[in-house]
Write a new protein. Structure first.
Length: 326
């Protein structure tokens, strides 16, 4: 990252916060350290000081120790009441040394601020402009002019909405609440959570995601076909969930039982996303030069259950370095 173009310490913070570790951060060119060592300017320091007082007020309120006289409804009123109660020179013990105030660097009692009164603003009616045409000219017909502009506006294609037109919500199912209704007889927690997320992904591009789901696994393909039926108002989400659940139960009754025992969400993800292998692991013997192929297929999904790694890259590298006895 290039810090030389940062305006102040806030820009430095924003830029450096994009990196997760110091070791993985590369700073290009030099930078001006005075922007982060010269201290905060007056208004920012005042805001931090007020936050320290609000922190103590909030803590006292939480433990029901705040005096009844501190009853303001807005920021300024609360702090002002607390300053008057404690005195202008009072500094909470938890305030850092860099923010502490004193006689030489005081924090004055806040001034009384009157809130702007609330009022409902009614929509102003458009008034037609009346004017007298100049001598020798003809007045324009504003009505026709406005109408023509409106007609022209209709011909302009409107930009695409961020949200898709395809929906899998209550408007399609005519049921409440939005999403899948939990099956209290045959617990469906895992199915509901995963299928809701996948449905929200699918609606953004049904054609593309139906193709991708079809390439992922037979179960994901059935789910995509079900979403199409829900979108066409032929089925509801609960029907589709139960259909896919039936196929999963037939494939592995132990992992996908009926009843109240529930389903492990990792098993569900494994069958939905990793039914088709994308390769196999090849082991090369460093002692004899022989090669063997593992019976375990490599899929598009892997889980981290035993050892935790700081990043996905390190996890993949650890798998690549994995060895076994010949």
């Amino acid at each position: 990252m290039i810090l030389n173009s940062c305006r102040d310490h806030l820009s430095y913070y924003t830029a450096l916060s994009r990196s997760s570790t110091a070791e993985g951060t590369v700073i290009i060119q030099g930078f001006n350290p005075s922007k982060i060592t010269c201290g905060a300017h007056g208004s920012l320091r005042q805001e931090f000081r007020e936050l320290e007082l609000m922190d103590e007020i909030t803590q006292l309120k939480f433990y029901d120790k705040l005096p009844l006289s501190i009853n303001g409804h807005v920021w300024n009123a609360l702090i002002r009441q607390y300053q008057i109660l404690k005195g202008e020179s009072y500094v909470p013990k938890i305030v850092p040394d860099q923010l502490k105030w004193s006689k030489t660097d005081p924090m004055n009692i806040l001034k009384v601020q009157t809130d702007t009164p609330w009022q409902l603003i009614e929509k102003l009616k458009e008034k037609s402009t009346k004017y007298t045409p100049a001598s020798g000219t003809v007045a324009l017909d504003n009505t026709n002019l406005l109408k023509r502009k409106a007609d022209d506006h209709d011909q302009i294609s409107s930009p695409k909405n961020k949200r898709p037109k395809t929906k899998l919500d209550v408007e399609i199912q005519n049921e409440n609440p939005v999403g899948l209704i939990w099956d209290s007889n045959d617990y469906s927690c895992a199915y509901d959570s995963v299928f809701t997320v996948l449905g929200d992904i699918w609606v953004y591009d049904p054609t593309m995601w139906s193709r991708e789901f079809g390439l992922t696994s037979s179960f994901a393909s059935k789910l995509a076909l079900g979403f199409q039926k829900v979108s066409a108002k032929e089925k509801n989400l609960e029907d589709i969930r139960n259909i896919v659940r039936k196929f999963l139960h037939k494939k592995d009754p132990a992992a996908f039982p009926y009843g109240t025992s529930g389903v492990d969400i990792s098993d569900l993800l494994l069958y939905i996303f990793a039914s088709k292998g994308i390769g196999k692991i090849l082991y090369n013997c460093t002692n004899y030069g022989a090669s063997t192929t593992s019976a375990i297929k490599v899929t598009t999904l892997f889980t981290i259950s035993v050892k935790k790694y700081p990043s996905i890259k390190e996890h993949i590298d650890a798998i690549a370095r994995k060895t076994k006895k010949c």
